[in-house]
Structures are given as structure tokens and as C-alpha cells.
Write a protein that binds this ligand. Structure first.
Ligand code: ITT
Length: 183
């Protein structure tokens, strides 16, 4: 089976290639620009974007909308994660967190998958903390400042290990379970 992964983010493509590949699903990367609605829920963004892509005739594809939610910042950057990463980046989040001891945060990944004429929407979540400084060279985005075990950042984990514990890896497992139901 081949699924098209529609994203501008090559880091996501690598992760899907590894995680879905281990279930025998081949990935074809496509970059199709689409407008994302502004919403306080990742799932609403995914649903709306899927409708837009299906209306253009696309089938058998995956999109994902993800975000990092920091407790001490009231869930910020959350649904604004892409904009915040592009503007102030990890340094900006660390600055906001400079004198903050309560460093809990979570990553969420909402996957929308169109397969065999059906839509599947699942959300994976990974709890963790914001580190005091950027560490590691793997991954992308917020990986150097987020840790799931309080020790290593996501950017210090080999891809397979990140996929075992991450929001996206968990969402993929949920997706596979749902796919089995419609097989
Ligand atoms: P597409 O929408 O084209 O898929 P994007 O990078 O804009 O790509 P998102 O809107 O889902 O994707 O991502 C929001 C931000 O969160 C963005 O800056 C990502 O780099 C970051 N992000 C998403 N998943 C991440 C992960 O697993 N590790 C670190 N940062 C992540």
C-alpha cells in the first residue's frame, strides 16, 4: 500500500517513512500548499484541510497538524507552534521560560488519513518537559528543547527511538489500529 504524505516538513516525512514503513506502508512525499484555518483545535484544522484536499481530487493521503503545548504558558505555542517556531524559535520559548520552574509540556499530533474512500482522524500525545537549553542535532522544530524522560531531548534520540515514544509515533499506532478495522 502507498500513502501520499502531504507536508512541507521533511522531518515528518522521515518519521512516517520509518514508522509506517515498519507496517509495510510505502510513503510518497508530496508538497501541496493548502490553507490552514485558524482554530484552537488541531483536529478542526486537519478536518478542514482534508476536505480541501479531497475536493481537489486527492485520495489515499496523510496530513498532520502538530503542536507543543507548554503548561506554564497556558498551552502556548499550541496551535501557533509553526508561526512561533518560524519567528522567535526555540530561543524565544527558552527566554519565556527563563525563570520558570514548572516546565511540563506536551506534544500533540493529529493525523488525518484518507484511505479506501474513508477518513481516519487520530491524535497522539506525548508528555514531557521543556529543557533549560537546546541539546541534540537530530529531528526538527522544537525537538532540541523538549524531553519525554526529563534527561534527553527529542533531538538526542535516534529516529526510531523518537518514533517509539513521540506524539507522532503514538498517532501512527492509533492510525494502524483504525486501518485494521476497515481492511
Ligand atoms: P506542514 O503543516 O506542512 O505539515 P509544519 O512544519 O508547518 O508542516 P505543523 O504545523 O504540524 O507542521 O507543525 C507545527 C510546528 O511544530 C512546526 O514548527 C514544527 O516544526 C513543530 N513540530 C511538529 N512536530 C514536531 C516534532 O515531532 N518535533 C519537534 N517539532 C515539531
Amino acid at each position: 500500500m502507498i500513502l501520499k504524505v502531504i507536508t512541507s516538513n521533511l522531518g515528518k516525512v522521515k518519521e512516517y517513512r520509518d514508522s509506517l514503513g515498519s507496517f509495510g506502508i510505502r510513503i510518497e512525499h508530496m508538497k501541496i500548499p493548502y490553507d490552514e484555518i485558524q482554530s484552537s483545535k488541531l483536529e478542526d484544522v486537519v478536518k478542514e484541510s482534508m476536505e480541501h484536499l479531497k475536493a481537489s481530487g486527492l485520495t489515499d493521503f496523510i496530513i498532520d497538524d502538530s503542536g507543543m503545548f507548554v503548561d506554564a504558558l497556558g498551552g502556548f505555542p499550541g496551535v501557533y507552534s509553526a508561526y512561533v517556531q518560524k519567528t522567535v524559535g526555540n530561543a524565544g520559548i527558552l527566554k519565556l521560560m527563563e525563570n520558570v520552574d514548572a516546565r511540563n509540556a506536551n506534544f500533540q499530533c493529529c493525523i488525518g488519513c484518507n484511505i479506501k474512500g474513508k477518513d481516519i482522524i487520530v491524535t497522539g500525545r506525548c508528555e514531557g518537559t521543556i529543557l533549560r537549553k537546546e541539546t541534540g542535532t537530530e529531528g526538527f522544530g522544537y525537538d532540541p528543547i523538549f524531553s519525554h524522560d526529563g534527561k534527553r531531548s527529542f533531538a538526542e534520540l535516534p529516529l526510531q527511538e523518537k518514533n517509539e515514544v513521540s506524539h507522532r509515533g503514538i498517532a501512527v499506532k492509533l492510525l494502524i489500529n483504525e486501518m485494521k478495522k476497515i481492511a
